[in-house]
Design a protein. Structure first.
Ligand code: ADP
Ligand code: 5GP
Length: 218
């Protein structure tokens, strides 16, 4: 997997702003594309099939699991969710970063199976703000909010497993932090410095060799 096309996994407790962040990344100038997951949950009012999610019946979802159609899948808040393999393959072929908004179980499957994936945990600025955002979004019934908070307790335990943690306080700042993580390509730069250092050391070594050779042949 080339760094140019590294998949980006965003994980966050519900209400943190993951979906908003993913949209902002995709609307920006860089080569980012949203991974359209499949789910068995009902569409929300503003959601369109094939754009926000592929909405599947439970039987259809289970069949696709058996066919190996998913790169990862998990049961989240009593519903099934999964990333179609085709989403990753298509983005990689086009050299685009596929942005996955998935839960911690899915993230650990991607960590194990997709080398080079950038796994980023997004934290809310505070629990109060997270709850306020969830309530203000106005999409969840009180029981659904409680279920999402229960999941948050488990999800937050996974933070130490993540290479990167960002806080979604100011939206623009958070987007640019994520872009830096994905685009800075630290590893190749580090290796480049190593290679240059080695090259210089070899030049010095060779000078010694040439001197020795000259003395021998004189
Ligand atoms: P998630 O996908 O993590 O459940 P959403 O992206 O749906 O969360 O965001 C939850 C709510 O918080 C939405 O109403 C969204 O507009 C708002 N929101 C997201 N990020 C920020 C932010 N940085 N500052 C203020 N409000 C935000
Ligand atoms: P929502 O129902 O609010 O859209 O999503 C609920 C949860 O399911 C979120 O934590 C979201 O990240 C997760 N989710 C969405 N798509 C996928 C997916 O394809 N795989 C996994 N494992 N989780 C997903």
């Amino acid at each position: 997997m080339s760094d140019r096309a590294a998949p980006v996994v965003l994980v966050a407790p519900s209400g943190t702003g993951k979906t908003t962040l993913a949209s902002r990344l995709i609307d920006g100038s860089g080569p980012y594309v949203f991974s359209v997951s499949a789910t068995t949950r009902e569409p929300r009012d503003d959601e369109r099939d094939g754009i926000d999610y592929h909405f599947l019946e439970p039987k259809e979802f289970a069949d696709r699991v058996n066919e190996g159609w998913f790169a990862e899948w998990a049961t989240v808040h009593d519903q099934m969710y999964g990333t179609p393999r085709s989403e990753l393959d298509a983005a990689s072929a086009r050299g685009e970063h596929v942005v996955m908004d998935i839960d911690v179980q899915g993230a650990s499957q991607i960590r194990a199976s997709v080398p080079g994936a950038k796994l980023i945990f997004v934290l809310p600025p505070s629990v109060d703000i997270m709850l306020a955002r969830l309530i203000e979004r106005g999409t969840e019934e009180p029981e659904s909010i409680a279920r999402r908070l229960e999941s948050a307790v488990i999800e937050l335990q996974a933070v130490p497993d993540f290479d990167y943690v960002v806080v979604n306080d100011d939206l623009d700042e958070c987007v640019s932090k994520i872009r830096n993580i994905v685009e800075q390509q630290e590893l190749p730069a580090f290796h480049e410095q190593d290679a240059e250092q080695m090259r210089r050391e070899i030049v010095e070594l060779l000078k010694g060799y040439y001197n020795m050779y000259r003395h021998d042949s004189e």
